[in-house]
Design a protein around this ligand. Structure first.
Ligand code: PXG
Ligand code: PLP
Length: 443
């Protein structure tokens, strides 16, 4: 079988139902990784493949980092697992406090989970529970945004704004949606688009429709990632913050992609100058080496759950995961945050992103490129669809890139780039030149 250099049997290829993958195409011609180091994978043919998405936005510091590997190995030999309910281990408390050092002032209580999708469900449940604790049990409605991605659990697809991710799954959680912030007049914006702050005012329409007494929270990605990389228009997040404040609505930033460096800052909240009430994180927290997510909340949100008449041995919240604060993930997280600081990862992103911006916008001159957007070390390209086949061109370009030794993300009618923070200028130039060639091939 072409591409199957690893000797997998047909039964093995058949057994694994791959997520968010064209299984039928993949299994005819598998794209298999066997190793990774720095900004590169090695594939089953022994080729070096540049990692143009840092894993799945996970591995910004590069792959196979000895400090992280060693921390995981040491932890595994010491305490491989510890029950997350009613018992604790040291790393969980250390990591929680460490995380708060990177968060905006006042967001200082951390609830651990296993992924970004679990972080979404956790944040939405905390929001509803919070209002009920305050005697405002009617505040349950959740507001997301068109093109938003908050993972794939029922909470996440309810507030999520990518229709294809929910179309076949039936009834979900009561939610409504703000419009997305992509506007034709902002095409080819460098950094934050200038038009569109008033899109936030649509929240006033939703409040008029549902009444603020029924709305628990608004959840948005500060920079929308999976939907195609959409940086927020200048002033947009500030307006959302003001409207939420005026109407007692919690504002949740889903920073699963933004947090820990990709925006050239600790968080998107810091990069864009707006403080939410909760922040969701995952991915870069462990540099992808262990699955882990978390929700960081304002202290008074935590305090309001603690202010209960129930006996102090009774759980204050009926929520948590078997793998909340998993010891190996905590070890990976602590080591990763050390690497973030010791290796000046945020400064590296700040230093290289102007070069990246210039390079990626050169692609605006290529055939079939309808838009290019960027911020920090993230960029999205929207490609002209073949008539009736919006998914095909990004797939073809990505496959051509794979042939050339580059991994880039394709999804919907977009290509997405999320470069490792350790990327060099010459690597950006090679990537962009290869993309220009691959785009020309589909013209
Ligand atoms: N929120 C946001 C903002 C995300 O980007 C999730 C939640 C869900 O996280 P988990 O860990 O449950 O997958 C995400 C995940 C891509 C891509 O190529 C993005 C994600 C996942 C896979 C691929 O853009 N984002
Ligand atoms: N399903 C069953 C039958 C379980 O026993 C559990 C956890 O104990 C779960 C689901 C939830 O698993 P997790 O805590 O890993 O989300």
């Amino acid at each position: 079988m072409k591409g199957n250099k690893l000797g997998l049997s047909q039964a093995q290829l058949d057994a694994y139902w791959m997520p968010f993958t064209g299984n039928r195409q993949f299994k005819r011609d598998p794209r298999m990784m066997v190793a990774a180091q720095g900004s590169y994978y090695t594939d089953a043919d022994g080729r070096k493949i540049f990692d143009g998405l840092s894993g799945l936005w996970t591995c910004g510091f590069g792959h196979n980092i000895e400090k992280i590997n060693a921390a995981i190995a040491k932890q595994a030999r010491t305490l491989d697992f510890s029950p997350s309910f009613q018992y604790g281990h040291k790393g969980a408390f250390e990591l929680a406090e460490r995380i708060t050092q990177f968060m905006p002032e006042g967001l200082n209580r951390v609830f651990f989970c296993g992924s970004g999708s679990e972080a979404t469900d956790t944040a939405l449940k905390l929001a509803r529970g919070y209002w009920r604790k305050l005697g405002r049990a009617g505040k349950t409605k959740l507001i997301g945004r068109a093109k938003g991605y908050h993972g794939v659990n029922f909470g996440g697809i309810s507030v999520g704004g990518i229709g294809g991710n929910k179309a076949i799954f039936g009834e979900s959680v009561a939610a409504d949606h703000l419009p997305h912030t992509w506007l034709p007049e902002n095409a080819f914006s460098r950094g934050l688009p200038l038009q569109g702050a008033d899109r936030a005012d649509e929240l006033l329409e939703l409040i008029a429709l549902h009444d603020a007494s029924n709305i628990a929270a608004v959840i948005v990605e500060p920079l929308a990632g999976s939907g195609g990389v959409f940086p927020p228009p200048v002033g947009y997040l500030q307006r959302l913050r003001k409207i939420c404040d005026d109407h007692d609505i919690l504002l949740i930033f889903d920073e699963v992609i933004c947090a820990f460096g990709r925006m050239g800052a600790n968080t998107g909240a810091e990069a864009f100058g707006v403080k939410p009430d909760m922040i969701n994180i995952a991915k870069q927290l462990t540099n992808g080496a262990m699955p882990m997510g978390a929700v960081i909340v304002r202290q008074d949100i935590y305090d309001c759950f603690m202010a209960t008449d129930a006996p102090d041995y009774a759980p204050e919240i009926p929520h948590g995961y078997t793998y909340s604060a998993h010891p190996l993930a905590c070890a990976a997280g602590l080591a990763s945050l050390e690497v973030l600081e010791d290796e000046n990862m945020i400064q590296r992103v700040q230093a290289i992103s102007p070069f990246f911006e210039s390079a990626v916008h050169e692609l605006g001159n290529c055939a079939n490129v309808v838009d290019v957007r960027n911020y920090g070390l993230a960029a999205g390209l929207t490609l002209q669809a073949y008539p009736g086949e919006p998914l095909r061109r990004p797939f073809e370009v990505a496959m051509s890139m794979w042939e050339k030794g580059f991994y880039v993300r394709y999804g919907g009618d977009t290509l997405q780039l999320g470069l490792p923070f350790i990327v060099e200028q010459a690597e950006i130039t090679s990537l962009v030149n290869a993309l220009a060639d691959s785009l020309a091939e589909t013209a």
